[in-house]
Write a protein that binds this ligand. Structure first.
Ligand code: NAP
Length: 311
């Protein structure tokens, strides 16, 4: 029995997420043919060399011609220009989706360029690594991770369900959410934590009283995970903060208040406050493990110090 969900899929942008989608679609036989396009010749050549996509095209319009599903896999700030270019080449009845980490902005930027008769179903897989580019992807990236579908007003139910089938076929659990709520949830769970990690690594770099070699040598205790997050793609994260401004600023405002309260507890020797706070946060960590979204193995399941895993 065939598992094919779309006869033709076009991936625009061939980085970590697009390449993982390609390998995940291949693993389960979810697409008849997958075409791909990346803006640089270098990425297109790499894709051809490693067999990423059944056909790598030299233009985005060529890649989307005849496609039943087109997925925008470029940084959030680049989506509008890409959509403007491919809009006129889309097949009537096709679905356009994306994998951007911010949703309200993408809907506002991309929506106006969706032609009559083409469906628009934004999406966001909550899975990634700090690696980017066409060689970073792997078929298991979405396994047991959430992928959020963010249908827009008037999204066709059948088009939404078909895309749900694709994400489930790629191993993901699927939920639907509205765009503003998505952006607030992601500000808490991903965007603000990334900014905090970037800041912490910047502070360590700035603090000359702790030498660079000490930071590297003794980084097992917490700091190493900050450095992993802070190694994430600069373009992607610049765009996330520029386009999810309000929700991120709201969460950072609350973060600052909590930080001040903890700072005060330390200064005044309020051990009870600190203990209660840490007991509460420990329960949240247990909840994440129980929900199957992380491992309880010591050191995040890494075998040896100094070796990082893929997620
Ligand atoms: P990536 O590995 O850095 O790949 C980005 C791709 O977009 C590359 O093919 C790049 O082309 C292309 N691109 C970059 N700037 C462009 C521009 N101005 N115009 C046209 N194409 C451009 O990125 P990724 O991690 O796959 O992320 C892609 C999308 O997924 C982003 O919207 C991101 O927010 C979202 N996302 C990322 C993660 C994650 O953890 N990484 C998780 C979930 C969702 P060249 O190679 O030719 O430069």
């Amino acid at each position: 029995m065939s598992n094919v969900i779309y006869n033709r899929v076009a991936l625009i942008g061939l980085g970590l997420i697009a390449s993982s989608m390609f390998w995940a679609m291949k693993r389960a036989g979810l697409a008849g043919e997958v075409t791909g396009y990346a803006r640089s010749n270098e990425t297109r050549e790499t894709a051809r060399r490693i067999g990423l996509c059944d056909r790598v095209c030299d233009t985005a319009t060529e890649a989307v011609e005849g496609a039943d599903l087109v997925v925008l896999c470029v940084p959030v700030g680049a989506m509008e220009a890409v959509m403007r270019e491919i809009g006129p080449a889309l097949k009537p009845g096709a679905t356009v989706s994306d994998v951007g980490s911010v949703k309200a902005h993408v809907i506002e930027a991309v929506g106006p360029y969706i032609p009559e008769g083409v469906h628009f179903v934004p999406a966001h897989p909550l899975a990634g690594t700090e690696h980017s580019g066409p060689e970073a992807g792997f078929a298991e990236l979405f396994d047991n991770r959430w992928s959020l579908l963010v249908p827009v007003a008037g999204s066709d139910r059948a088009a939404v369900d078909q895309l749900r089938g694709l994400w489930e076929g790629m191993g993901a659990n699927v939920d639907e959410m509205d765009a503003d709520h998505h952006d607030l949830v992601l500000a808490v769970t991903s965007h603000a934590p990334h900014l905090i990690a970037y800041t912490m690594v910047g502070v360590a770099d700035d603090l000359r009283r702790v030498t660079d070699s000490e930071v590297i040598k003794y980084s097992a205790a917490g700091f190493r995970d900050f450095t992993r997050i802070a190694a994430s793609d600069p373009t992607m994260w610049r765009d996330v903060f520029l386009t999810n401004k309000e929700a991120t600023l709201e969460i950072l405002g609350r973060f600052t208040e909590e930080l001040f309260a903890l700072q005060r507890a330390i200064r005044t020797g309020d051990g009870e406050h600190l203990h209660d706070y840490f007991t509460h946060t420990r329960a949240i960590r247990r909840g994440i493990i129980e929900a199957g979204q992380d491992t309880s193995a010591p050191n995040f399941g890494r075998g040896e110090l100094g070796r990082s895993d893929k997620s």
